[in-house]
Ligand binder design. Sequence first.
Ligand SMILES: N[C@@H](CCC(=O)N[C@@H](CS)C(=O)NCC(=O)O)C(=O)O
Length: 321
Amino acid sequence: MALGRMVDGNWTTDWNERDDSGKFNRTPTKFRDRITADGSSGFQAASGRYYLYISLACPWAHRTLILRSLKGLESVIGLSIVDAVLSDKGWFFSEEPGAIPDAANHTEYLQEIYLKADPKYTGRITVPVLWDKEKQTIVNNESREIIQMFDTEFNEFATREIDLYPQALRQRIDDTIDKMYMPVNNGVYRSGFATSQEAYEEAVTELFQNLDHWETVLADQRYLCGNQLTEADVCMFTTLLRFDSVYYSHFKCNVHRIADYPNLWNYLKELYQHPQIKPTCNLDHIKRHYYMSQTQINPTRIVPIGPEIDFEAPHDRHRFS
Ligand SMILES: N[C@@H](CCC(=O)N[C@@H](CS)C(=O)NCC(=O)O)C(=O)O
């Protein structure tokens, strides 16, 4: 089992996103079209037209599942969930618990979707993927853009009234997501995928400086951008959820646990217990994915039993209401 990518439509396992100093450099995603409510982009919001491919393990894909759930778009946007563990041809569909086969294209491997969209595709085969059944192509494979489309362009179809990108807070939400991306969301990967001591230490130091910062922010307000849940919280949540079970040990992000930060920990429990978020969380897929797929980090593929974490324990965030 090795991480792979496509080069001109051919699968190769010579995966390498590190520079000479051992730093992990994430390659930008390639499909960046936009669905709009009025259709001016060529992709009009509609019910039944779009289909989402995700992994329950992946923090980026998890963001999109949460938005689909919070907005109540379950019957509007179709869903397939890949097997937790990567195969030697990347993500694949299975019928293991939690997984959902590909009902839109009936493929076996996610790479087939990328090749349908672009037979000469070069790049990684990542989730999330938002597929357009009408144009038979990938609209977008960048989580941050997908959550925004679900949030702002599907209001005609949403069955729950919630706005996680309110006009008055947009600049603040964008700045917050930008600010946490490198040190936190990507920071855990920069730490875990580093291949030099210097690159690792730089990433981990920045990560914990940033967690310390958000800990103080959450001492004074309920959510990252004030007292209202926004897209920024969804982006932070999916990283925090995986932290103590995976990033702390597998990615060596072990200066502190999230459970050691009173505000971050209570904030994490509050979000986990949200009735539309909890059903999207699957710690079994999360743990098996990282420990069994990233064999360059964990060659034995043994999945640790612990730690025991009680996400259901009472939280104290009501103090802000
Ligand atoms: N920038 C992308 C990142 C997506 C991403 O890296 N997904 C990972 C899983 S966490 C993936 O699919 N990796 C499989 C691979 O690279 O082979 C986003 O935010 O959507």
